[in-house]
Design a protein around this ligand. Structure first.
Ligand code: XUL
Ligand code: CO
Length: 440
């Protein structure tokens, strides 16, 4: 049975195409450097937003109209798998991602939930045999059910810690079974609402213990996916422990987990933390911790996670700049943790949204590669820090200077000369690159 009958395989038709069901910029086979766009961008579809989500919000019921709406229970779960693989095939996307509860309904006991998962995982495995689409990462949802009211691995309740561990254990087994490239931890309830009733030290220690147990179990069963922490500062909790990359990195180092984990960086989470997307990518990159990306964008006027499909080319360019400088994403990818707007409720909108996101990142990739080839930032930055290439600056970076020597240098200064930061020129140059990349 076909769920998207009216839609054919999405092809690349070039920047001037007027076909809404074609890529204008994402050309999977086009070489950028020594990799194809498909190999570089490693796009993934988020199962929850595309197949499970009904577009409800805190003030309104779901609006989504989906071809699998007339099914319920396990039949619904199976229909979604069938629809998902048709969607992947038509979009030509190399990866997908899911939480346990996205693919199979929870049963009335943990045992029953696991049985439901086994049935659906077997079905997914079957579809994967004939599909080029692989599993970028899976995770478990340890935040929606009321049992997680006080947290999961950071709960005050040891039974919930155990339940959460059992779910992650199953998640790792599923990751192994389906050959997941990564396993993600997003701590939706791993934080607190108020310090007045919270033992922060115990919660952090328990979270550290939990991650160590996960690492140990993965090793034990031979699951070799890369472990990723996805930072988010707030929502649903008031304060989440994996606040941003910097605090997450400090946590990982403190609990001696930094060799086992990298970060899955989400654009909208970065802005919620008061950072730009590229700040989070840069912070992870320069510390060797950039693992994967949840590609979306927030709304500048709203203070919550709107999870929009990426369309801002300026941001995709600066994001791809970081990713190229990182040498790509390795086992990671660009997962569209993004949902269509509540008003975009038709199945066709799922295609338009992904095409928009894929095209936006393809442009970002091309422009960023050109900026790098032409050393637009590199030349500016090298020049700007040239004082560290000789004299006292060289002594500083070679760890040869001390406070006495620096004082002597400062006392001998008659004036301090500065050079312009040239920010307006740099921004204008980015605009020029953005507007001329397809002009040739
Ligand atoms: C929530 C979020 C999650 C994670 C996976 O804000 O981003 O969907 O990506 O749990
Ligand atoms: Co996410």
């Amino acid at each position: 049975m076909s769920y998207f009958k009216t839609i054919n395989k999405i092809a690349y038709e070039g920047p001037l195409s007027k076909n809404p069901y074609a890529f204008k910029f994402y050309n999977p086979d086009e070489k950028i450097g020594n990799r194809t766009m498909e190999e570089f961008l490693r796009f993934g579809v988020a199962y929850w937003h595309t197949f499970t989500e009904d577009l409800s919000d805190p003030f309104g019921l779901g609006t989504a109209i989906r071809p699998w709406d007339n099914y319920t229970g396990m039949d619904l779960a199976k229909a979604r798998v069938e629809a998902a693989f048709e969607f992947f095939e038509k979009l030509g996307v190399p990866y997908f991602c899911f939480h346990d509860v996205d693919i199979a309904p929870e049963g009335s006991t943990l045992r029953e939930s696991n049985q439901n998962l086994d049935t659906i995982v077997a079905l997914i495995k079957d579809y994967m045999k004939d599909s080029k689409t692989k599993l970028l990462w899976n995770t478990v949802n340890n935040f929606t059910h009321p049992r997680f009211v006080h947290g999961a691995a950071s709960s005050n309740n040891a039974d919930v810690f155990a339940y959460s561990a059992a779910k992650v254990k199953k998640g790792l087994e599923i990751g192994k079974e389906l050959g997941a490239e990564n396993y993600v931890f997003w701590g939706g309830r791993e934080g607190y609402e108020s310090l007045l009733n919270t033992d922060m030290k115990l919660e952090l220690d328990n979270l550290g213990r939990f991650f160590h147990m996960a690492v140990d179990y993965a090793k034990e069963i031979g699951f070799d996916g890369q472990f990723l922490i996805e930072p988010k500062p707030k929502e649903p909790t008031t304060h989440q422990y994996d606040f941003d990359v910097a605090s997450g990195y400090a946590f990982l180092q403190h609990y001696d987990l930094h060799e086992q984990f990298k970060f899955n960086i989400e654009a909208n989470h970065a802005t919620l933390a008061g950072h730009t997307f590229e700040h989070e990518l840069r912070y992870a990159r320069v510390n060797g911790m950039l693992g994967s990306v949840d590609a979306n964008q927030g709304h500048p006027l709203l203070g919550w996670d709107t999870d929009e499909f990426p369309s801002d080319l300026y941001t995709t360019t600066l994001a791809m700049y970081e990713i190229i400088k990182n040498g790509g994403l390795g086992r990671g990818g660009l997962n569209f943790d993004a949902k269509v707007r509540r008003g975009s409720f038709t199945p066709e909108d799922l295609f338009h949204a992904h095409i928009a996101g894929m095209d936006s990142f393809a442009v970002g990739l091309k422009v960023a590669q050109r900026l790098i080839d032409d050393k637009v930032f590199d030349n500016f930055i090298e020049d700007r820090y040239s004082s560290f290439k000789e004299g006292i600056g060289l002594d500083i970076v070679e760890n040869k200077a001390d406070f006495r020597q620096l004082e002597a240098h400062a006392l001998g200064l008659t004036e301090i000369k500065h050079t312009s930061g040239r920010l307006e020129l740099i921004k204008a140059t980015i605009n020029q690159y953005l507007l001329t990349i397809y002009a040739e």
